[in-house]
Design a protein around this ligand. Structure first.
Ligand code: 6MZ
Length: 343
């Protein structure tokens, strides 16, 4: 058993902050199946869309094949709007009070989709959630635009420019993600520099596979947050600790993909015990069949965290959001108030 039922109940009651969630990876199983069923006559078979059958293990390479399948199914603006609305609803139901959702804007000329219309579809989904929900003010959402590691320098720059253009729509930063075995760090640096020069914050996936040269270069660039950081040697571990850059940690994702051998072996423990800032996140709640509460419960069980430590974890996540300082303080005060009443 990964955790005791009462640990999950406690974690569900905690107000939480989600900082690392990919939109299409967070699609509901039922939605994916329904959208797939509507694509009659395509080469996509139902076994391709079994999101949760292989829960215990799904090597990274398999995950990226699954993302390609998901992307072949979520090709309309209506689908993207629906996914955004449902992801927000699921997070709000899980007591997430602030979320930074990330996604790669897609251009699919065959489907009449441009990167701009893709983003409009995401914003529409967020608007639809608020219009339909009585919990309208329970969850606040911001967006990061993701550069996919398959992208060229020009494509990455296009994503960075779009992110800057969409700041007044709630885009607060840029993310670098995608298959860690693909591409070269130098390709995307101009886009990340551009975003930073224009006041956006930058989160970078690093060390999801062992690639010491790249991870050292990423640390030297000093992103505002790092994702994963699973596969480091002793020298990189040292550099990471010195950098003090907060890390988004996704326990289920790392164990299911095999980036980390088991929950007990996860680097969460060493970082957290050493006072390094960490934020628990889901990564892809659909693909890894999880919720943020479940990730907190797994941490509680694997690392024997007290209720107070769990509250502190939830609270300190507010210090690492990509909001402006004033807004960040308001969020932190809100979290303090909510946490006062969560036990
Ligand atoms: C790296 C990941 C990822 O952008 O279509 N993505 N990138 N490592 C991971 N660990 C498992 N999980 C998801 O969401 C899906 C995309 O997010 C990135 C991949 O680029 C994937 O195609 P969007 O909304």
């Amino acid at each position: 058993m990964l955790y005791r039922p009462e640990q999950l109940v406690f974690c569900q009651a905690l107000p939480k902050i989600e900082l690392h969630a990919h939109l299409n990876g967070s699609i509901r199983d039922a939605t994916l199946r329904e959208l797939a069923a509507q694509l009659n006559g395509t080469s996509i078979s139902m076994p391709d869309v079994q999101l949760r059958t292989q829960q215990a293990s799904r090597p990274l390479g398999e995950c990226f094949k699954l993302f390609d399948v998901i992307h072949q199914i979520t090709t309309t603006c209506a689908a993207i709007t629906r996914i955004a609305r449902e992801v927000l609803a699921d997070m709000a139901a899980d007591n997430v009070v602030y979320a930074e959702l990330r996604t790669t804007p897609k251009s699919l000329p065959r489907h009449g989709m441009t990167k701009e219309s893709y983003m409009s579809a995401v914003f529409q989904g967020i608007d639809d959630y608020y219009a339909a929900s009585s919990r309208a003010h329970d969850i606040q959402v911001r967006l990061l635009l993701s550069i996919d590691r398959r992208q060229s320098t020009d494509e990455a720059l296009e994503t960075a420019r779009l992110a800057v253009q969409l700041r007044d729509k709630g885009v607060v930063g840029l993310d670098l993600s995608g298959n860690p075995s693909v591409g070269q760090w130098e390709t995307w640096v101009p886009a990340l520099d551009f975003a930073r020069q224009h006041g956006l914050r930058v989160a970078v996936h690093a060390g999801e596979v062992y690639n010491p040269e790249e991870t050292a270069a990423i640390l030297a660039w000093a992103p505002d947050r790092l994702g994963h950081m699973c596969c480091l040697d002793a020298s990189l571990e040292q550099q990471l600790l010195l950098s003090r850059v907060p890390i988004e940690l996704c326990l289920s994702s790392n164990v299911i993909t095999g980036s980390v051998p088991s929950y007990q072996d996860h680097h969460f423990a060493a970082l957290h015990n050493g006072g390094h800032s960490v934020v628990l996140c889901t990564d892809d709640s659909g693909v890894f069949a999880t919720t943020l509460s479940r990730e907190y419960a797994i941490a509680a069980s694997a690392f024997t965290l007290s209720d107070e430590q769990l509250r502190q974890l939830a609270l300190t996540a507010a210090d690492h959001v990509f909001l402006e300082p004033g807004e960040r303080q308001v969020l932190r005060a809100r979290m303090e108030q909510l946490l006062g009443g969560s036990s």
